[in-house]
Design a protein around this ligand. Structure first.
Ligand code: ADP
Ligand code: MG
Length: 252
């Protein structure tokens, strides 16, 4: 018996607003944001720096309580959260870093950690320390650490922005194919329009702070969609880019 209907969204956020209170006063970061992500979808939320993207993701992950609105994760759902900095612990080996999430959750998931490290080319580096790996490999290790906890929904907060441009292209291709192969559902935030279009089934554009939803695009590159890097040279790519560029208010 299925506990849930597969057509149900993995996550549904309704009417999210958040106002930060600090000594300097109030800052409204997000206003009345509603969205949902279906199983198997990769959805990007894009908006200018400081508009409230990380705030939105933190609320969805449950780390922050919204001022109003609600988040509903499908029954039995688990969230894996991957941040901009790979946030691997420098004093732990790659293997021990990858096992960290599972340890915290009290899972013994040595087998699946080994499997993922082997599949994604990090097994030979299991005893290395993060400083001995390239930025791209560290990012892959961080993703594997997140996957080891068997999340239903992956949240990625500007997961590639700390990498140099070439590496970022390669790593986003890499991470994209891992997410697809492992049949994961992902909600990512980015300020990079090309990255959003290249990697996502759907792109949600936010306004400047306080972030509200400005527009939404279904990204359709056909049924046998090429990898993110190849998507970038398709005709349709530029059209999506131009429309989103117009929607994002970058002017000061
Ligand atoms: P983004 O991720 O889109 O760059 P953030 O969600 O990090 O934006 O921040 C949105 C706004 O909220 C910014 O103006 C930021 O300065 C402010 N902000 C973020 N965190 C806090 C906090 N803990 N207290 C007060 N203001 C905050
Ligand atoms: Mg941010």
């Amino acid at each position: 018996m299925e506990l849930f209907d597969r057509a149900d969204p993995v996550i549904t956020a309704e009417g999210l607003s958040l106002t930060y209170q600090s000594a300097e006063g109030e800052t409204q970061a997000i206003r009345d944001i509603s969205l949902s992500v279906k199983e198997g979808e990769i959805v990007s939320v894009i908006g200018p720096s400081g508009c409230g993207k990380s705030t939105l993701l933190s609320i969805i992950s449950g780390l922050l309580e919204p001022t109003s609105g609600s988040v509903k994760l499908r029954d039995g759902g688990r969230i894996g959260y991957m941040l901009q900095k790979d946030s691997l612990f420098p004093w732990r080996s790659i293997y021990k870093n990858v096992m960290l999430g599972a340890e915290i959750m009290g899972d013994k998931c040595g087998d699946c950690a080994e499997q993922l490290l082997k599949t994604y080319g990090l097994w030979d580096f299991r005893d290395s320390f993060p400083s001995q790996l390239s930025g791209g490999m560290r990012q892959r290790a961080a993703l594997i650490r997140t996957l080891v906890t068997q999340p239903t929904l992956l949240l990625l907060d500007e997961a590639f922005s700390a990498l140099d441009y070439q590496t970022r292209l390669a790593v986003s291709d890499d991470i994209y194919s891992i997410i697809r192969r492992e049949k994961k559902t992902a909600l990512m935030v980015t300020h990079d329009i090309s990255e959003a279009v290249a990697m996502s089934d759907r792109v949600i554009v936010l306004t400047r702070r306080p972030a509200e939803i400005k527009s939404e695009y279904v990204i359709d590159f056909g049924s046998d969609r090429p990898t993110p890097i190849k998507c970038r040279s398709l005709d349709g790519f530029r059209r999506y880019f131009d429309s989103i560029w117009r929607d994002i208010d970058v002017h000061v």
